[in-house]
Ligand binder design. Structure first.
Ligand SMILES: NC(=O)c1ccc[n+]([C@@H]2O[C@H](COP(=O)([O-])OP(=O)(O)OC[C@H]3O[C@@H](n4cnc5c(N)ncnc54)[C@H](OP(=O)(O)O)[C@@H]3O)[C@@H](O)[C@H]2O)c1
Length: 124
């Protein structure tokens, strides 16, 4: 049994992955902003964690809750993200930056904060 953190667990790929890994007997923490969408997953043992990956304080609060409960994180699955599509003349720079904040820098910030826990508890 692994302790797994999955972001984007309120919808789509993250939701389906959380369901699969919980059914396989793992301890799964599902992170997202809209945690109510994970109510059906709670029946499988998935623990919802409120987390906005663009907010460092939100990430830290979420990780603190996980470490308090599980004491470790073995696996991180970065499922949070969204697609914003359009011709360059129609997409604002603000929207383009917002997408990078979620899909690139949010993922990076969370991974940086999770790695020390993974190194300490899983490999050493
Ligand atoms: N589905 C596909 O076939 C496919 C193919 C290629 C690439 N992708 C990419 O893979 C990613 C996930 O796709 P999906 O289909 O699973 O999308 P989805 O169903 O829209 O789910 C997106 C997830 O990301 C979370 N999220 C968005 N912004 C967030 C934020 N600021 N902080 C924390 N969580 C956030 C959402 O949760 P909350 O809104 O509750 O926070 C939701 O759980 C996207 O980037 C998508 O472009 C998908």
């Amino acid at each position: 049994m692994k302790t797994i953190l999955i972001t984007g667990a309120s919808s789509g790929i993250g939701y389906q992955t959380a369901e699969l890994l919980a059914k396989a007997g793992n301890q799964v923490f599902g992170a997202a902003r809209h945690v109510n969408a994970m109510d059906p997953l709670k029946k499988l043992g998935v623990i919802p964690i409120v987390m906005d990956v663009t907010s460092e304080s939100s990430i830290k609060n979420g990780l603190q809750a996980i470490i308090q409960k599980a004491g470790k994180i073995d696996i991180l699955i970065n499922g949070a993200g969204y697609g914003s599509f359009g011709a360059i003349e129609n997409v604002t720079i603000a929207e383009a930056k917002r997408q990078f904040d979620v899909n690139v820098f949010g993922l990076t910030a969370l991974t940086k904060l999770v790695l020390p826990y993974m190194k300490k508890t899983t490999f050493w």
